[in-house]
Design a protein around this ligand. Structure first.
Ligand SMILES: Nc1ncnc2c1ncn2[C@@H]1O[C@H](COP(=O)(O)OP(=O)(O)O)[C@@H](O)[C@H]1O
Ligand SMILES: [Mg+2]
Length: 158
């Protein structure tokens, strides 16, 4: 059987903050169609690792590959295509407190597409209904249960 190219690969990835080395020559392969769990004690750089996947952080040494392509060699268009295939859910949901459920879900569409107001409303309401959040559409995150907040946070329609 041919050796499969990993979806994501870390090769000797090192990350430092000041004189603290938080990732020390990390090697990691993640394959398509598998569920991979990253486990470590608190403050052992799990979040730092994940932030490298999406370019929020970049390594001080080593290379990260997506299907064999080094992330740091990708130009804008390829990078955007790569990023558009990734979804993530924040530990604390990362919702905007001052915005309703509807507006939280609509935000990425308003910011990153040229869809009309009406088209955005249709898409957002369809998702809201699909995830049984209809009653909550006009509520603020603090008025929701934890499970409802998670469902709002999961939406990324962009
Ligand atoms: N932007 C940053 N600047 C400086 N230090 C950071 C930064 N982000 C994370 N760290 C440090 O990296 C270490 C790992 O943090 P983190 O990845 O959040 O841990 P975990 O997710 O495993 O609990 C911690 O010591 C944290 O203080
Ligand atoms: Mg963390």
């Amino acid at each position: 059987m041919p050796v499969e190219t990993p979806l994501i690969e870390f090769r000797d990835v090192t990350k430092r903050f000041g004189d603290q080395t938080v990732l020390d020559q990390v090697n990691l392969k993640i394959y398509e169609n598998q569920i991979t769990t990253i486990m470590a004690k608190a403050v052992r750089a799990k979040s730092v690792l994940l932030k490298h996947f999406i370019g929020l952080l970049s390594p001080d040494a080593g290379t990260i590959f997506f299907l064999g392509r080094p992330l740091d060699k990708m130009r804008r268009r390829e990078w955007d295509r790569y990023r558009s295939q990734i979804s993530y859910l924040f530990q604390n949901n990362a919702l905007f407190d001052s915005m309703t459920v509807f507006d939280n879900i609509a935000l990425p569409l308003r910011q990153t597409t040229n869809l009309s107001r009406k088209e955005i409303e249709q898409k957002v309401m369809a998702r809201i209904e699909q995830t049984e959040l209809t009653e909550a559409a006009d509520k603020y995150p603090s008025q929701l249960s934890g499970g409802m907040q998670k469902r709002v946070a999961w939406h990324d329609l962009s």
